[in-house]
Design a protein around this ligand. Structure first.
Ligand SMILES: Cc1cc2nc3c(=O)[nH]c(=O)nc-3n(C[C@H](O)[C@H](O)[C@H](O)COP(=O)(O)OP(=O)(O)OC[C@H]3O[C@@H](n4cnc5c(N)ncnc54)[C@H](O)[C@@H]3O)c2cc1C
Length: 264
């Protein structure tokens, strides 16, 4: 049983999130313990966590938890992962984490064993599905797959959704259990480097944008997200129809608060 950051060190941290106020009002601190860690496809590790504070925990599909994965000196290092699912009765929360190479988040995820402890803060994130939209288009890479699948699964049966997901390899595809009418496009990188806009940009330029007031949700590498947003606005979507979020920056570690550094 290992603590991601031992309690004595945590007490000494210069922690900007010591008090859950401002943008963190409405979140709670979660004393997670790892229940299971398993490889569900070549690139994705599933981590199941439990915490007493999950009793009464509410979140919207697409929201995430921020984990205190390490400390650098007295500075906390946090990483954000989308809530793939929550079993409210069993108090179990599931994450799907990409194994991309190296980083403090990845190191913790690779080493996590049942009984290990880690602090979380959640729910975080403002982007959820728009209930009034006439249609939904989701575009992202494998780091966005948990958000895209969780959001799609929450849509009602008469919703129209198109999903475009770039993944390393066909064996990373996942089953979608959605009541909504969905069209799914898996784009396989097949050895190419993550964070290149080519595949997703071609699909964003071609994907059907039906008439009516639709929504596009775009998540993944920072510069790819910018490029995709531009393609969609050039195709006539209004800014308020596009919910975009940079999850990571190519060649650069995320900042201690878990998002790509602003000048990345
Ligand atoms: C709101 C939000 C929700 C997120 N949800 C998820 C989720 O559900 N699952 C998930 O896996 N990720 C998710 N992410 C992305 C994840 O937090 C980042 O990938 C993060 O950088 C991982 O931290 P790390 O310590 O492993 O790597 P870092 O220390 O941040 O980066 C180290 C190196 O790895 C590279 N790198 C980082 N991420 C990737 C990647 N995905 N692919 C290729 N190279 C990468 C960086 O460019 C850098 O060179 C989310 C991010 C945000 C902001």
């Amino acid at each position: 049983m290992t603590d991601a950051v031992p309690p004595a060190l945590r007490a000494r941290l210069d922690d900007p999130f010591a008090v859950l106020a401002g943008p963190l009002a409405g979140t709670r601190r979660l004393g997670f313990e790892v229940v299971a860690a398993e490889q569900i496809s070549p690139s994705i590790r599933q981590i199941t966590l439990t915490a007493a504070e999950l009793a009464g925990f509410e979140y919207a599909p697409g929201q995430d938890v921020m984990l205190l994965v390490a400390a650098e000196g007295d500075r906390p290092v946090r990483r954000r992962y989308t809530i793939r699912s929550l079993d409210r009765a069993a108090l179990r929360l599931t994450l799907h984490v990409v194994l991309h190479g190296d980083g403090p988040g990845e190191r913790w995820v690779r080493a996590a064993h049942p009984g290990d402890r880690i602090e979380g803060i959640g729910p975080r994130g403002k982007i959820t599905t728009s209930p009034s939209a006439d249609w939904h288009v989701f575009i992202g890479d494998e780091s966005a797959m948990p958000a895209i699948l969780a959001m799609t699964e929450s849509l009602p049966g008469d919703a129209e959704a198109t999903l475009v997901i770039e993944i390393p390899d066909p064996s990373d595809e996942q089953e979608l259990l959605a009541p909504a009418r969905t069209r799914m496009s898996w784009l396989h990188r097949l050895g190419a480097r993550a964070g290149d806009p080519v595949l997703l940009a071609a699909e964003a330029a071609a994907v059907e944008l039906p008439p009516g007031d639709g929504r596009a949700y775009v998540f993944g590498e920072a510069k790819v997200v910018l490029a995709l947003r531009k393609i969609l606005t050039d195709r006539g979507m209004r800014e308020d129809q596009i919910a975009a979020k940079a999850y990571w920056g190519r060649g650069r570690a995320n900042a201690g608060h878990g998002e790509p550094a602003r000048d990345a």
